[in-house]
Ligand binder design. Structure first.
Ligand SMILES: [Ca+2]
Ligand SMILES: [Ca+2]
Length: 253
C-alpha cells in the first residue's frame, strides 16, 4: 500500500513540476475528486500518456469510465466463448493487477466458413465530456503489456463510422509469449485484413480520426483453439506534441 501512496505522490509531483509539461487532459481533476482510476491523460517528460487502464483498482471499468466487455461470434452463428476477470496477484511491470482473458474458439460459421473469433473491448470515447471519437492520428503508438499461451492476438482499433464492414485496422501478434512483454505498436504498423470490400479503399488517417474503441481479438482457422491471455498497462502515447496540446487536438466530434 505504501508503494502505491508513494507512486501517487510522485505522479502529483510530476504534474505540478514537470519542466516543459503543463496540465493536460480533460479528466485529470475529475478523476482525482471522483476516486476513479488515476489520470486518463497527463504529460510525462514531454510525452502525453493517454491511459486506458492499468487494472490496479481491481475492476473492469477503464480509466475512461467504460466497461471492458466480451464479444463472441454467436451473432454470426459461431459458438466461441470468452470470459474476463482481473487477476490480483500478477500484474505487468511490477504492478499488482492485470486483465485476464480466457477463450475457446468454436466452429467456423457462415457460407464462407469464416474462422471463429472472440474478443474483449472497451470504448475510447470520453464519457465525461461526451466526445464521440478519439483521434488516433495525434498519437504515436499504443503501449501495453501482454503475456499468454503462445497464441495469436490482434489489437483492433474500431472505427465503425468510417469502416463499415468490420475490417478495422489492426496489428496481429502471432505468438503471445508466456512471460510478460511490453508492446509498443506504432500507428503506421496497423493494417487492415485481407478481407472485406473496404480493404484498399479506407485511408488510415481517415479511419484513425474516428476511433471509438480498442479490442484484443482472438481468431483462428483452427476450430476449438483455446487461449489464456493477460493484458495490462494499456495506454496511448504521444511522444512529441505535448506542448501543442488542446482538447480539440485529441478528440474529434
Ligand atoms: Ca496493472
Ligand atoms: Ca478500473
Amino acid at each position: 500500500m505504501l508503494r502505491y501512496i508513494l507512486l501517487f505522490l510522485l505522479l502529483i509531483s510530476l504534474i505540478f513540476n514537470c519542466g516543459s509539461g503543463k496540465r493536460v487532459g480533460p479528466d485529470i481533476w475529475g478523476n482525482l475528486y471522483s476516486g476513479r482510476d488515476i489520470f486518463d491523460e497527463f504529460v510525462f517528460y514531454g510525452k502525453v500518456m493517454f491511459k486506458i487502464d492499468d487494472f490496479e483498482d481491481g475492476d473492469t471499468i477503464s480509466a475512461m469510465g467504460y466497461s471492458w466487455f466480451t464479444v463472441d461470434d454467436g451473432v454470426n452463428g459461431g459458438n466461441s466463448s470468452i470470459s474476463i476477470d482481473v487477476k490480483t496477484n500478477d500484474g505487468a511491470s511490477g504492478t499488482g493487477k492485470a486483465l485476464h482473458i480466457t477463450y475457446t474458439l468454436g466452429h467456423t460459421w457462415g457460407a464462407k466458413n469464416e474462422p471463429p473469433y472472440a474478443f474483449v473491448k472497451t470504448e475510447l470515447t470520453n464519457i465525461n465530456t461526451g466526445e464521440k471519437f478519439l483521434n488516433f492520428n495525434n498519437y504515436d503508438y499504443i503501449d501495453f503489456w501482454m503475456k499468454g499461451s503462445g497464441k495469436k492476438i490482434s489489437v483492433v482499433l474500431e472505427t465503425p463510422d468510417v469502416i463499415k464492414d468490420y475490417n478495422y485496422y489492426n496489428y496481429t501478434i502471432d505468438n503471445v509469449p508466456a512471460k510478460w512483454r511490453e508492446y509498443k505498436i506504432k500507428v503506421k504498423d496497423f493494417s487492415q485484413g485481407d478481407w472485406g470490400p473496404a480493404t484498399v479503399t479506407v485511408d488510415m488517417s481517415q479511419a484513425f480520426s474516428k476511433v471509438v474503441g480498442i479490442a484484443f481479438k482472438a481468431s483462428s482457422a483452427e476450430e476449438g483453439d483455446t487461449g489464456d491471455i493477460y493484458v495490462d498497462q494499456v495506454s496511448i502515447i504521444n511522444q512529441g506534441r505535448a506542448n501543442d496540446y488542446d482538447n480539440d487536438l485529441y478528440y474529434g466530434n
